[in-house]
Design a protein around this ligand. Structure first.
Ligand SMILES: CC(C)(COP(=O)(O)OP(=O)(O)OC[C@H]1O[C@@H](n2cnc3c(N)ncnc32)[C@H](O)[C@@H]1OP(=O)(O)O)[C@@H](O)C(=O)NCCC(=O)NCCS
Length: 143
């Protein structure tokens, strides 16, 4: 069974464990801190009650910023990322949010293909922003 739920700092351990298997973006304390912020929203997709993907985002007036997105490596390319983003797009429509923004490395081909699928466009580039020398691409999708 697949379902999407809102999550909070009580779920930070599961998020950290998933993150360790994907992009290793935040340590356990950072996950707790992030999910405790009252302006931060997060949703997770569960497969048979096991966390399979997470998206962390902020809503600032008419804009939504995705701060984190990943899907468990065993469940990639099964449409779970698509379900998470579609859930967010629905939320944007309900709340009159007009655009979604995010930042992604120019070397992250999987994510670039994924965001292209949803029609995100590059609106700004931070040259050599990441430690590996890749550029940071600021992407936008109007909704
Ligand atoms: C990016 C990510 C979240 C996509 O999640 P996913 O569940 O595998 O993606 P979906 O199955 O929903 O894919 C939706 C569409 O995106 C595109 N896409 C996704 N992964 C792709 C890949 N590896 N290569 C090419 N296209 C891809 C395809 O068009 C796909 O549709 P299709 O399968 O019908 O062809 C996942 O690859 C991931 O967790 N990557 C590591 C973390 C990361 O890089 N996060 C982004 C940081 S900004």
């Amino acid at each position: 069974m697949i379902n999407i739920r809102k999550i909070n700092s009580k779920n930070s351990k599961s998020c950290y464990e998933l993150d360790l298997k994907t992009i290793n973006h935040w340590n356990q304390n950072q996950w707790v801190n992030e999910l405790e912020k009252d302006y931060v929203n997060a949703i997770a997709i569960y497969l048979n009650n096991s966390m399979a993907g997470v998206c962390v985002f902020l809503k600032i007036y008419d804009e939504l910023e995705i701060r984190y997105l990943s899907v468990h490596p065993s469940y990639k390319r099964r449409g779970l990322g698509k379900k998470l983003i579609n859930n967010i797009i629905k939320e944007c429509k309900n709340e009159r949010i007009t655009r979604i923004i995010l930042e992604v490395s120019s070397k992250n081909m999987q994510a670039l293909s994924f965001y292209e699928y949803f029609g995100f466009e590059t609106i700004s580039i931070r040259k050599k922003y990441y430690r590996d020398g890749s550029d940071a691409l600021l992407k936008e999708k109007k909704c």
